[in-house]
Design a protein around this ligand. Structure first.
Ligand code: LLP
Length: 417
């Protein structure tokens, strides 16, 4: 088990989180369970047994180099959205043949790097196609491309994380498909190898994937009929996790089973999960600074904040919150807030919790995806360290940033340019 309670104390694999907190100089910090990450990854692999498929981990969810390396060793491909993510993917040793590069605003230098390394590049727009062509000409390579098609399927999620709707900025308009195919036909530098879509994130129903798969299989067949030897159907990522601890989320195998009959013999399916691999595999471990009441509100003030984990402030996202040790104060309804000078700085609202003592350990759960990687230096909070429990061993996988790191960026400035 990755996270569990024993005698009122929280454990990560077999290590008491309180002991870790006592040993570590900085608070808050992120703590990951490698077991959970690999278990989540393997759930995709076993769901896909017998299917020609690539599980392409969406690095944007968590770009820690050590985590990326472990997933690569387990056999994952990588899905990227920037040139810098490509550099991390290469440093982690991912096989370039199973790297896909998505994005609506790829720059020329990012594209040149991608084409040079022969990764699959998703065409997102007319200008993107021209830029990929140019990158191929300049590097003397043929670009392996896929077409990001917007299937216009509603993922039923927060509007900020819906991507496959007609009015979002991603992908090509379906009505323009023939234009793109003609362009590609006339461009020897472009080798069309597949189609791609991504509907959105935190999706809770397999029917949504199923609907998209039917539409995408239709495009896949149409493109083949028009003479292109496409191999990959990339269904994107998006499977949700049970943040609220009360919904039944579809499993990886339910997701794959729901689309299985759409798969064609000579087709390779690509899935691009991020959240469902790393999301529930980490906690943000904080300390209570104090407790206060204003008006009719009670607040637990902690040392973690929107700077370390912005999802609640940005998307009204719910993350479960609890203590790592027995806390016996009076139970009340609290907002759990950080020290940032903004009223949007909360990790949880209206939570029933016992009143904590100062320095009590408090954790925010499901903090493995879009958490550390979306952290900032706002109010000059320094990015926290990340630790991983690997086979009962506590490993630091990224040190905490320091104010010296921050000051170093000013070392040679101001400078006239
Ligand atoms: N593929 C593409 C093309 C994507 O844009 C994304 C995520 C994924 C795969 C991975 O999706 P996942 O399996 O992780 O849902 N910051 C937001 C999430 C934004 C996700 C954007 N795209 C959040 O904190 O909820």
């Amino acid at each position: 088990m990755s996270f569990y309670f024993q005698d009122g104390f929280l454990y990560c694999e077999d290590i008491k989180v309180k002991d870790i907190q006592d040993r570590i100089p900085n608070s808050p910090f992120y703590l990951y369970s490698l077991d959970r990450i690999l278990e989540n990854y393997r759930a995709y692999e076993s769901a896909l047994e017998g299917v020609s498929a690539i599980v392409s981990y969406a690095l944007k969810a968590n770009t820690n180099l050590t985590i990326a390396r472990h997933l690569r060793e387990a056999g994952a491909g990588a899905t990227l959205v920037s040139g810098n993510e490509l550099k991390v993917a290469l440093a982690a040793g991912f096989d370039n043949k199973i790297i896909t590069y998505n994005g609506n605003g790829k720059t020329m230098s990012e594209l040149s790097l991608a084409v040079l390394h022969d990764v699959m590049v998703n065409i997102d727009s007319e200008f993107d196609l021209e830029h990929i062509k140019k990158a191929a000409q300049e590097t003397g390579k043929t670009a392996r491309v896929t077409l990001r098609i917007n299937p216009a399927v509603d993922p039923e999620v927060h509007p900020y994380i819906a991507t496959g709707l007609k009015n979002t900025k991603f992908g090509i308009m379906n009505e323009r498909l023939d234009w793109y195919l003609e362009k590609i036909r006339q461009s020897p530098e472009l080798n069309l190898v597949g189609v791609h879509c991504h509907l959105g994130s935190t999706i809770k129903k397999v029917k949504i994937f199923r609907d998209a798969m039917e539409i995408m299989t239709g495009f896949f067949k149409e493109i083949r009929e028009k003479g292109f030897d496409v191999q990959y159907l990339n269904l994107g990522g998006g499977l949700g996790i049970d943040y609220e601890r009360r919904e039944k989320m579809p499993t990886q195998s339910e997701l794959i089973d729901s689309i299985r009959d759409c798969l064609l013999d000579d087709m390779t399916l690509i899935v691009e999960p991020g959240r469902s691999i790393v999301g529930d595999a980490a906690i943000l471990v904080c300390k209570v600074t104090g407790v206060k009441s204003n008006g009719n509100k009670n607040f637990i003030v902690i040392d973690g904040s929107m700077a370390e984990l912005i999802r609640p402030s940005l998307y009204d996202a719910y993350h479960e919150i609890g203590y790592i040790e027995p806390v016996n104060g009076e139970e009340k309804v609290f907002d759990i807030v950080g020290p940032i000078c903004e009223s949007a700085d909360f990790l949880g609202l209206d939570r029933n919790l016992p009143t904590p003592h100062e320095r009590a350990g408090l954790v925010v759960y499901d903090a493995g995806a879009y958490s550390f990687i979306m952290s900032s230096n706002y109010n000059l909070k320094m990015k926290p360290a990340e630790y991983l429990v690997n086979d009962k061993q506590l490993i630091r996988i990224r040190r905490a940033e320091t104010i010296d790191d921050y000051m170093r960026l000013f070392e040679n400035d101001p400078v006239a340019i």
